[in-house]
Design a protein around this ligand. Structure first.
Ligand code: NAD
Length: 487
């Protein structure tokens, strides 16, 4: 088994196994090959992980942000030095092509460690509030033990995006990766130890929807950050609310990408393709409802079809491959069912729609697919597909398209392509979403806040904004004179 870790879990600085946990296999999506055999965490493992985090956290919180940050920056350096090895593991874990993982996965995790490692010393300061003779001051204090729960599309990035702001703020974390992609987070845990992180501060335990609630409901856990679907978000937020825990919810979307007639069409087509086919369409912020103004519809579709049919599908370990398999068979089947619904409800299939030829039978591949003439009420225009399926919808005018773009329960992201600068800002101002792009799509550098509104979640990852979600404000009133009491 070519990606077998030393054990299923990483707790208190070391690999730990508990064979009493439900066994599960990790599969390479390109071939169906079993690459690792693991066990889900038992309640005893959950206890052990939370206890290790709780034990380690106070001493860590007592260190200066600069000292904590130095360790994170060292971890960033190690990740960059091992980029090839980590990217190959990410490709095995997810099936995403090495062409992507080598530039987008460990590197974005490293960016996160580097950014938070550097910014913490300046961004965790409190305030001094003058009150005449008296004064008050505020401190940003860590929450304590935080739980991170990940989705399967960016396993290493998600682990780092949660670990970096949590750790640098003085918290400890127990992280549970998705059961579909259990491997990457274990390596991150190993690297953090190598970089000098004291043991117990970043623990990884395996498991699925039965394990997650044990972490969320644990009385020693003060915060939960979930990346996952909206239905899971509702359950996790409800469970956390039972004990009034802090939550960050990075959930799903059905984001609009609007192409006006005056847009640079090549860029708009490129943006729409990146925003639908990158990572085989398994990106939460994808612009899956592509609204194209009627005057450029035919030209847009012609260019889109030609470029989509040139996408290289194949072995994810081949540097030339641009589109790998879906993460799992159930996910592929779900996407195929949506494609069938698109056909049945009358959308026009422009290209794709099937399993490609010449791929391993046990691989979970699917062609990049474009539907045109999609209407707002069709299932494929309303529900998150989470696969390489682009829906193209027509529109006439600005007010109309904004109203239609906003007519969804989701609010993760949105994009607009236009060469009219005032229209660009007017439109993004009226779109209901947490992260928006003008004349590009899906760029998420660590410096900018990322997250959703409406049913797509709350809280923000990345940027200094994330630190607020891993700290509490403590206010101290200082009296400089005698207490004047009326009794
Ligand atoms: P999912 O909701 O099925 O699972 C997410 C994680 O939650 C997994 O680790 C799972 O084991 C765990 N889980 C499931 N039920 C739980 C429960 N009751 N309590 C605690 N944990 C539980 O999502 P997925 O299929 O792994 O990922 C795809 C979804 O994630 C899509 O909807 C996508 O849009 C979303 N996503 C969002 C972002 C973002 O940043 N907004 C990023 C990536 C993915």
């Amino acid at each position: 088994m070519r990606a077998q870790p030393k054990a299923s879990h990483f707790i208190d600085g070391a690999y730990v196994e508990d064979t009493a946990g439900t066994p599960f296999d990790s599969l390479y999506p390109a071939t169906g090959e079993v690459i690792a055999k693991l066990h889900a965490a038992t309640p005893a493992i959950v206890e052990q992980a939370v206890a290790a985090a709780k034990r380690a956290q106070p001493e860590w919180a007592a260190m200066s942000p600069t000292a904590r940050g130095r360790i994170l920056k060292k971890a960033a350096d190690i990740m960059r030095a091992r980029n090839r090895e980590l990217s190959e593991l990410e490709t095995l874990d997810t099936g995403k092509p090495i062409q992507e993982t080598i530039v987008a996965d460990p590197t974005s995790g490293a960016d996160s460690f580097e950014f938070f490692g550097g910014v913490a010393a300046a961004a965790l300061n409190g305030e001094h509030i003058p009150l005449g003779a008296d004064f008050a001051y505020t401190k940003r204090v860590p929450i304590g033990v935080c739980v991170g729960i990940g989705a399967w599309n960016y396993p290493q990035q998600i682990a780092c995006w949660k670990a970096a702001p949590a750790l640098v703020s003085g918290n400890a974390m127990v992280f549970k990766p998705s059961e579909n992609t259990p491997l990457g987070a274990l390596k991150i845990a190993e690297i953090l130890i190598e970089a000098g992180l004291p043991k117990g501060l970043f623990n990884v335990i395996q498991g699925d929807r039965d394990t997650g609630p044990l972490l969320v409901g644990h009385p020693d856990v003060g915060k939960v950050s979930l990346t996952g679907s909206v239905p899971t978000g509702r359950k996790v937020a409800a469970a956390a609310a039972g004990q009034l825990k802090h939550v960050t919810m990075e959930l799903g979307g059905k984001s609009p990408l609007i192409v006006f007639e005056d847009a640079d069409l090549d860029s708009a087509i490129g943006g729409a393709m990146l925003g639908n086919f990158y990572s085989t369409g398994q990106v939460c912020s994808n612009g899956t409802r592509v609204f194209v103004q009627k005057g450029v519809k035919e030209q847009f579709l012609k260019g889109l079809k030609a470029r989509t049919e040139r996408i290289v599908i194949g072995d994810p370990m081949d540097e030339a491959t641009q589109l790998g398999p879906m993460v799992s068979r159930p996910q592929r089947d779900k996407v195929l069912a949506y494609i069938e619904a698109g056909r049945a409800e009358g959308a026009t299939l422009v290209t794709g729609g099937a399993i490609p030829n010449d791929v391993p039978a046990e691989g979970t591949y699917i062609q990049p697919t474009v539907f045109a003439d999609v209407t707002d009420t069709m299932t494929i225009a309303r529900e998150e597909i989470f696969g390489p399926v682009m829906c193209v919808l027509d529109f006439d005018g600005e007010d109309e398209v904004i109203a239609r773009a906003n007519a969804t329960e989701f609010g993760l992201s949105a994009g607009v392509f236009t060469s009219d600068i005032t229209r660009a800002h007017r439109v993004v101002d009226r779109l209901e979403a947490g992260t928006l792009w003008i004349n590009t799509y899906n760029l998420c550098p660590v410096e900018i806040p990322f997250g959703g509104s409406k049913q797509s979640g709350f809280g923000r990852e990345n940027s200094v904004a994330a630190l607020q979600h891993y700290t509490e404000l403590k206010t101290v009133y200082v009296a400089m004179g005698k207490v004047e009491a009326p009794y």
